[in-house]
Design a protein around this ligand. Structure first.
Ligand code: HEM
Ligand SMILES: *[C@@H]1O[C@H](CO)[C@@H](O)[C@H](O)[C@H]1NC(C)=O
Ligand SMILES: *[C@@H]1O[C@H](CO)[C@@H](O)[C@H](O)[C@H]1NC(C)=O
Ligand SMILES: *[C@@H]1O[C@H](CO)[C@@H](O)[C@H](O)[C@H]1NC(C)=O
Ligand SMILES: *[C@@H]1O[C@H](CO)[C@@H](O)[C@H](O)[C@H]1NC(C)=O
Length: 319
């Protein structure tokens, strides 16, 4: 069945490049014999990290998003800059502690290497860790398709153009997600990730001072720790109600005009996503179901498979 699909796909791809985008050949049991304890090792290390700091579940989830959106889920984001190599960490949407959690991925990788030498990719570790981060904070769990390999390159320019800033409006968001094969409904479900984690003042200042589609009491509350000038790195929870619990309260906030980012409130501002936001705000199970499906789809963005790429030994450097 699988090989038939590949053959069909190969013939078909001559006619249409996009017919085969989803043929990533990932599989849930990829490491079943080569690293049977993989999922336990990842889970245990994530459990320790989230126990130490709950935000880490959110930070690792965002690492996965920012990896997948830049040339696919290939761990390119994890590569450090060196004098002769520039990676993605200094892109506007990543720099200055915007993305974080790299040392947790390092710890998982060390533990995985101790049991399964040179076997498991950093890209797959990230996919599993993101799933565990969500679940450890009360969100759903799901089976993660595996078999990704790690990139030997990274792209600062793609990280600059392909990651959405918090200032994006609905049409910006729609087109960025569309370029990754994700439709507006999937985008709206994935945005529910903002039910956990924190954002820096820099990313929401304009929204809380200068915009009208925001509850004034909420705006005043957020202004207290995000001054007009200075305090760029000051933090506020993306979800005002239950910031360390993965639930549908993000959507309840949006319906009440209490989205923290301009881009969040764009999903409920009289546009095409209003109905879906309202429905998720009333139905946690529907949100979980669609979030899981969209996470699996996002995890399928252009993975390196087969003999492409490599199994990095240290997630920060190419072998
Ligand atoms: C829809 C477009 C999106 C935009 C415009 C956006 C933007 C942002 C911004 C500006 C921040 C704060 C960053 C900072 O303080 O520097 C943030 C945080 C976060 N984002 Fe998104 N994001 C989007 C989608 C997603 C998706 C799809 C996911 C995951 C599936 C995600 C997961 C997170 C998480 C968990 C945090 C908190 C991270 C932490 O506390 O360390 N975001 N996002
Ligand atoms: C990063 O943050 C520091 C303060 O923590 C600030 O001085 C610097 O300008 C910031 N850089 C960027 C690129 O935002
Ligand atoms: C949104 O898209 C417009 C073009 O439609 C572009 O000019 C603008 O810079 C984009 N804004 C963001 C925040 O990406
Ligand atoms: C989105 O923003 C850009 C400028 O940043 C503007 O050109 C465009 O018309 C906006 N679209 C919507 C739907 O507001
Ligand atoms: C508010 O909008 C004005 C006019 O566009 C701009 O000059 C000012 O910098 C904005 N203030 C903030 C805090 O974004």
């Amino acid at each position: 069945m699988a090989s038939k699909f590949v053959r069909f796909c190969a013939i078909f791809s001559v006619l249409s490049l996009f017919a085969c985008v989803s043929n990533a050949q990932l599989s849930a049991n990829f490491y079943a014999s080569s690293c049977p304890n993989l999922q336990k090792i990842v889970r245990k290390t994530m459990q320790q990290a989230v126990k130490r700091e709950q935000r880490m579940g959110a930070s690792i989830l965002r690492l996965f998003f920012h990896d997948c959106f830049v040339n696919g889920c290939d761990a390119s984001l994890l590569l450090d800059d060196t004098p002769s190599f520039t990676g993605e960490k200094t892109a506007v949407s990543n720099r200055n502690n915007s993305v974080r959690g790299f040392e947790v991925i390092d710890a998982i990788k060390t533990n995985v290497e101790a049991s399964c030498k040179a076997t498991v990719s950093c890209a797959d570790i990230l996919a599993l860790a993101a799933r565990d981060g969500v679940n450890l904070l009360g969100g759903p769990s799901w089976t993660v398709p595996l078999g990704r390999r790690d990139a030997r390159t990274a792209s600062l320019s793609a990280a600059t153009t392909d990651l959405p800033p918090g200032s994006s409006n609905l049409s910006n968001l729609t087109s960025l997600f569309n370029r990754k094969g994700l439709n507006p409904s999937e985008m709206t479900a994935l945005s529910g990730a903002h039910t956990i984690g924190l954002a820096r003042c820099l990313t929401f200042r304009r929204h809380i001072y200068n915009e009208s589609n925001i509850n004034p009491t909420f705006a005043a509350t957020r202004q207290a720790n995000c001054p007009l000038t200075g305090g760029n790195q000051n933090l506020a929870p993306l979800d005002l109600r239950t910031p360390t619990r993965f639930d549908n309260s993000y959507y309840k906030n949006l319906v009440a005009k209490r989205g923290l980012l301009h881009s969040d409130q764009e999903l409920f501002n009289g546009g095409s996503e209003d109905a879906l936001v309202r429905s998720y705000s009333n139905n946690n199970n529907a949100f979980f179901k669609d979030f899981v499906a969209a996470m699996i789809k996002m995890g399928n963005i252009s993975p390196l498979t087969g003999t492409n790429g490599e199994i990095r030994l240290n997630c920060r450097v190419i072998n």
